[in-house]
Design a protein around this ligand. Structure first.
Ligand SMILES: [Zn+2]
Length: 433
């Protein structure tokens, strides 16, 4: 079951007209590739714009005057749903390229322990952290997990997100990881947006394998990956490569298996400690995520590669950390940067990309324009989906977010409230006023 079949009916034509401020994110430099450095400021802004969509795709982008003069529009005026966007901002739907939505319960004990001073590692070694979510997922039915995921996807859409990367990773047995991926795909089938699924069997070494992690790595490589690939349950394989999780050697072994089975790779890298990234570049990872700790040598190599650095400041915020990933160092060196929520029950329980953008601006010194590019076009790069996502251009999927603000800079400015008034996912209106 693939999410592309979720669209049971062909979406009707839509015309978003009189758009106060339209951000197409179309490249001005003409350079194809993830946006780097100053390219992150290329928003392709226009006033009084219009976007015509039909059958789930963007048909044309231009002035409202030209759209209304278009013979195709004139002929079908009555069948077209016209949406007046005066005084509003329209942007490409957000691409949330890093989320962990398959879990059952919030982790409220960990939340309190952390407030009282426990560290990430202390919580994990006391049986909290990722391991404490395992029991819930292992005993849950697939239907219960699928309902959880679907609710999250709907909440995300209400905040402007139209494409979501969703990871498994709270089962950590063959059966429960496969069940998690199936739950993601079944939820995706009922949601008009686009879901990309990732097998994160290598999230942490489960307790049963604590003293023999290699045995667990073998299960990931010889059971989980082949099954996920054969049944087309995942597009990516992810590994949490860090102290207390998987070593660089184990990560390379897992990436090797993914490549052998035709799955693309991405990694949780440098969240707690620095890991040398250059050895992994031979696997052409779509993205390295977190990147709190990264060496100058790796930054210089990344600036020459298309691997995106996906920053997730929600995790730093929720963990109460003083430090954030050094976005300026990465951007100024030419590393393509994306922003994601890292939605998960332990370290980042937020579905809001505008919140992640606000944190990016205030804590990581990214300009609002850079944050918008990072959460749209570079998110699409981080999922290798730029042929369909990330900009508003003819031929691309009709994924749009309408914000009830006059200036795009207000999106990260009004933090903690939702100013998204409508989201269009593959041509379907999903969240309206
Ligand atoms: Zn994560």
């Amino acid at each position: 079951m693939r999410n592309t079949r979720a669209k049971t009916e062909t979406p009707k034509p839509l015309l978003l007209a009189n758009i106060g401020q339209l951000l197409t994110l179309r490249s001005q430099s003409g350079h194809s590739g993830p946006r780097r450095g100053r390219e992150l400021n290329e928003l392709g802004t226009m006033e009084g714009g219009a976007v015509l969509c039909n059958a789930g795709k963007v048909v044309s982008v231009g002035t409202t005057k030209d759209a209304l003069r278009d013979p195709w529009v004139k002929k079908r005026r009555k069948q077209i749903t016209e949406i007046d966007c005066s005084g509003k901002v329209v942007i490409p739907g957000f691409v949330d390229s890093h989320t962990h939505p398959v879990f059952v319960r919030p982790r409220l004990v960990d939340f309190e322990k952390r407030i009282e001073g426990a560290t990430y590692e202390q919580i994990a070694s006391a049986g909290g952290g990722i391991r404490s979510s395992l029991e819930g997922v292992r005993s849950a039915t697939k239907t219960a997990l699928q309902e959880k995921v679907l609710q999250v996807l709907r909440d995300m859409a209400a905040h402007g997100t139209t494409t979501v990367e969703a990871k498994s990773g709270y089962g950590l047995t063959l059966e429960s990881e496969i069940k998690s991926l199936e739950a993601i795909l079944e939820a995706a089938f009922q949601w008009p947006g686009t879901v990309v699924s990732t097998l994160l069997g290598a999230h942490v070494v489960p307790k049963e394998f604590q003293d023999c992690s290699q045995k667990y790595v073998e299960i990931v490589c010889t059971k989980m990956i082949p099954q996920a690939a054969r049944r087309k349950l995942a597009q990516f394989v992810d590994v949490f490569c860090d102290k207390g999780a998987f070593t660089a050697d184990e990560t390379a072994q897992i990436f090797e298996s993914a490549a052998k089975h035709g799955l693309k790779v991405r990694g949780h890298m440098g969240q707690l400690t620095e890991t040398a990234l250059t050895p992994f570049l031979r696997f052409k990872p779509a993205s390295f995520d977190h990147m709190d700790h990264v060496s100058d040598a790796d930054i210089s190599r990344l600036s020459e590669s298309d691997t995106v650095a996906t920053l997730v400041p929600g995790a730093n915020y929720f963990l109460g950390l003083k430090g954030y990933p050094d976005a300026r160092r990465l951007i100024d060196a030419g590393v393509p940067v994306a922003l994601a929520t890292d939605y998960n029950p332990g370290t980042s329980p937020t579905i809001s990309i505008p919140m992640a953008m606000s944190l990016a601006c205030t804590q990581m010194k990214m300009l609002p324009a850079e944050a918008i590019s990072a959460a749209t076009i570079n998110g699409a790069w981080a999922l290798k989906m730029t042929n369909r996502k990330g900009t508003i251009e003819a031929g691309k999927d009709a994924d749009l977010a309408v914000f009830d603000v006059k200036d795009y800079r207000e999106i990260p400015y009004w933090y903690g409230v939702n100013r998204c008034s409508m989201t269009i996912l593959n041509g379907v209106i999903a969240a309206a006023d």
